[in-house]
Design a binder for this molecule. Structure first.
Ligand SMILES: Cc1cc2nc3c(=O)[nH]c(=O)nc-3n(C[C@H](O)[C@H](O)[C@H](O)COP(=O)(O)OP(=O)(O)OC[C@H]3O[C@@H](n4cnc5c(N)ncnc54)[C@H](O)[C@@H]3O)c2cc1C
Length: 404
């Protein structure tokens, strides 16, 4: 142990911890970051398939689950424009892709992480890796113990430990344990931004992509789904997974897939098509509007007779098939496990956090940021945005507090 009492020790050198460290040090605080992995920001490197979708032009509380008031406060203080300017000032050239998603222009996550690490170093913050914080004792100063027997002291601490998602690149329960130890309640984390495991055997469709509207309870997502050997993946499925993750607590949940997402009035559209093509066999009738394998499954599923033209099928079977195209029911029994879930739903109860500062209401002097909190966004850059925002705001609060 050194005898220094740091102004602030940040536990975790991920997205929220790194930005927090840089801002604290720039604000004149003696800052130390402790990271359990040998390299900081491992998760950042994995984001956006290695391209790092770091924020979104349309960032807004509607794209988050969890505490609307906390998210609103975070986004008011650290908006999309602030975030964009922040990374430009770090020297990162940014580019916009569809749906407002922002990436580094090089399409490499290193183009975000490296400038951020450099900025942390230039700010004067100290960063130690291979330091797993196992427990915290005392209050102002706090004593911070690592599993290799080292001990540090700080007047304030920031828990920026992230969630337990993706353990293979550092996701851990450790943040929940540390937060619980200082008095917080933890809303049991569940995987989200993860594939949907279905009860129905969809293996005939493995690898097929389809544009759909996916309806679950009051929520609708639109975009591509990909059929897999366990069920459904793809952006529309991932973006519904936050709602599904919560709903699954009460048992299996039915979602419905609309395979004609661009058609406003499906019954009218299909009736007109039936008039035009009633002499066609079902397979030929659906050609041009449905993927062949989806059409074949529908035909089998709804008992249409393969070799008869539509005009010779029972009206009931046709009605059933047409209804199913617009609302194909699928039963979700689970989400894919933590090793495939990009984000955790659940975490530290945000009612125990000061909305304006991210300071703990249970243990003054402790700040909590990022995915450790019970806030999760849909896919599109929203989770990193919240991590940057909360780290930045916690640092601003720590600096203000230090001046008092
Ligand atoms: C595969 C994948 C792809 C993703 N893609 C995107 C994307 O494109 N856009 C987006 O917005 N979000 C994406 N996310 C989510 C995003 O990465 C996270 O929401 C974000 O990194 C959370 O930041 P954080 O600072 O809270 O936690 P993290 O970035 O996870 O950082 C936490 C850090 O704390 C360290 N730590 C934990 N416990 C301890 C301890 N006891 N002692 C010391 N150190 C500790 C960890 O090792 C880690 O380095 C993705 C996630 C994954 C897994």
């Amino acid at each position: 142990m050194d005898n220094i009492v740091y102004d602030v020790i940040i536990i975790g050198a991920g997205a929220s911890g790194l930005i927090c460290a840089r801002e604290c040090a720039r604000g004149g605080l003696r800052t130390l970051v402790l990271e359990k992995e040998q390299t900081p920001g491992r998760k950042i490197l994995a984001t956006g398939n290695g391209r790092c979708n770091l924020t979104n032009k349309n960032v807004s509380p509607v794209f988050y689950h969890g505490d609307n008031k906390l998210v609103s406060s975070a986004l008011t203080q650290f908006s999309y424009l602030v975030c964009h300017r922040y990374f430009e000032q770090l020297g990162v050239l940014l580019t916009e892709e569809e749906n407002g998603r922002i990436f580094p222009a090089t399409s490499k996550a290193t183009a975000v992480l490296e400038p951020l690490k450099l900025a942390v170093r230039e700010s004067g913050a100290q960063l130690l890796t291979g330091q797993y914080v196992s427990h915290i004792k005392g209050r102002k100063p706090f004593s911070i113990f690592t599993s290799n027997g080292t001990h540090f002291q700080a007047r304030r601490i920031v828990l920026a430990c992230g969630s337990c998602a993706y353990p293979q690149i550092g996701g851990t329960n450790s943040g929940y344990e540390l937060a619980h130890a200082v008095g917080h309640t933890i809303i049991t984390p569940h995987p989200t931004l993860s594939g949907l495991v279905t009860k129905e055997d969809l293996s005939r469709l493995v690898g097929i992509r389809a544009q759909v509207k996916l309806q679950v309870q009051e929520t609708q997502t639109q975009g591509e789904i990909i059929f897999t050997n366990y069920g459904i993946n793809g952006p529309a499925a991932l973006n519904a997974s936050g709602v599904i993750s919560r709903a699954l607590k009460n048992g299996n949940i039915t979602v419905s897939l609309n395979f004609l997402p661009e058609i406003e009035d499906i019954p009218t559209f299909l009736s007109a098509r039936l008039k035009a093509f009633s002499n066609r066999r079902p397979k030929d009738f659906f050609a041009g509007i449905l993927h062949e394998s989806v059409a074949n499954l529908l035909i089998d599923f709804k008992g249409l007779r393969k070799n008869k033209p539509l005009q010779e099928q029972s009206p009931e079977a046709i009605k059933n098939a047409f209804e199913t195209i617009g609302a194909w029911p699928v039963t979700v029994t689970a989400l894919r496990p933590w090793s495939e879930a990009m984000v955790a739903a659940g975490g530290v109860n945000t009612r125990e956090i000061n909305y304006n500062t991210f300071e703990s209401l249970c243990c003054p002097g402790v700040y909590l940021t990022g995915e450790l909190l019970d806030v999760d966004g849909i896919s599109g850059g929203f989770n990193l945005h919240f991590a940057w925002a909360s780290g930045f705001i916690a640092a601003s609060s720590l600096i203000k507090e230090n001046k008092l």
